[in-house]
Design a protein around this ligand. Structure first.
Ligand SMILES: Nc1ncnc2c1ncn2[C@@H]1O[C@H](COP(=O)(O)OP(=O)(O)OP(=O)(O)O)[C@@H](O)[C@H]1O
Length: 266
């Protein structure tokens, strides 16, 4: 399906009311000479779910990965990313500590080849948590938060590789939560899952937003509409529209957004 040329300068981006957990200012990403995102300035509200949508190759994942410095080895990122009054897009930042505060869950569940318990405790131990009571508490708390506890509580010492895809993805969410992050980044967390597992992940996200700020990349517009409070529509590396999800889906103001959500391209 060919897509029309849109005026990329005609965009509509709001700043959500209330506390902002993370804010980007004119973020540009370059893979060598190729520019993948352009002057992205978005403010993500605390304890809300923000969805990044757009066609394949529009720059959603590239942008998301900037938010906890996952592009460091592959791309050049310019602009500012403000988190707790610090520009986290600066040299000399301790990326290890940053990722404790801003966790990430990937498209394909990637549990370690260890037991379920060890999957949760691994990073905690690396960060110096030694107290066994604390470690056990974190295992239960995070598995409960990720809606997995009831399914695995009797087999915590079996291999995580025996879990179903949906359970493994919830384990990956639990593993991120165990570090007690502030912000969770999710890159198409349900795209490899069946509809029932997808529904479980969505329910989990809605629970999690009471305690975490969530930013999720999704191909699935229905999913964005179901779970998110705010939505940003990416097109050719530009954010064309960012506002309340209900508004973007019912009253898109930018032609590119309207065409995308009505299925005219992508
Ligand atoms: N490691 C990389 N090296 C070079 N170019 C890349 C790399 N990763 C992504 N790109 C390019 O950057 C652009 C944006 O890609 P990105 O993966 O961010 O898009 P996306 O919207 O997340 O797409 P999808 O929904 O298919 O994952 C594309 O043109 C892609 O080919």
């Amino acid at each position: 399906m060919t897509q029309p040329d849109y005026n990329l300068d005609q965009h509509q981006i709001i700043v959500p009311p209330g506390e902002i957990a993370l804010e980007t200012k004119d973020v540009n990403v370059f893979y060598g000479k190729k520019q993948a995102t352009f002057d992205t300035s978005l403010a993500f509200p605390r304890f809300k779910i923000s969805a990044l949508i757009g066609a394949s190759g529009s720059g959603k994942s590239t942008f998301l990965r900037c938010l906890n410095r996952m592009n460091d080895d592959v791309a050049t990122v310019t602009g500012a990313i403000m988190y707790r009054n610090v520009n986290i897009n600066q040299k000399n930042l301790n990326v290890y500590v940053l990722r404790k505060n801003i966790g990430m869950v990937f498209q394909h569940p990637n549990p370690f080849a260890k037991t379920i318990r060890e999957n949760i405790q691994f990073a905690l131990k690396k960060h110096g948590v030694k107290d066994q009571t604390v470690l056990d508490q974190r295992v239960e708390q995070s598995l409960r938060a990720a809606a997995l506890w009831d399914e695995v509580k009797d087999k915590l010492d079996t291999s995580a590789l025996e879990l179903s895809g949906g359970q493994a993805q919830r384990l990956c969410i639990a593993r991120s939560i165990a570090m007690q992050p502030d912000i969770l980044l999710l890159d198409e967390p349900a795209s490899a899952l069946d509809p029932i597992s997808t529904a479980k992940i969505e329910e989990t996200l809605l629970e999690l937003k009471q305690k975490y700020t969530i930013i999720i990349v999704t191909h699935n517009m229905q999913q964005a509409a179901r779970v998110s409070d705010y939505t940003a529509f990416f097109h050719l590396g530009h954010v064309m529209e960012y506002k309340k999800t209900a508004d973007i889906f019912t009253r898109p103001q930018v032609k590119a957004t309207e065409d995308y959500i009505s299925g005219n391209f992508g």
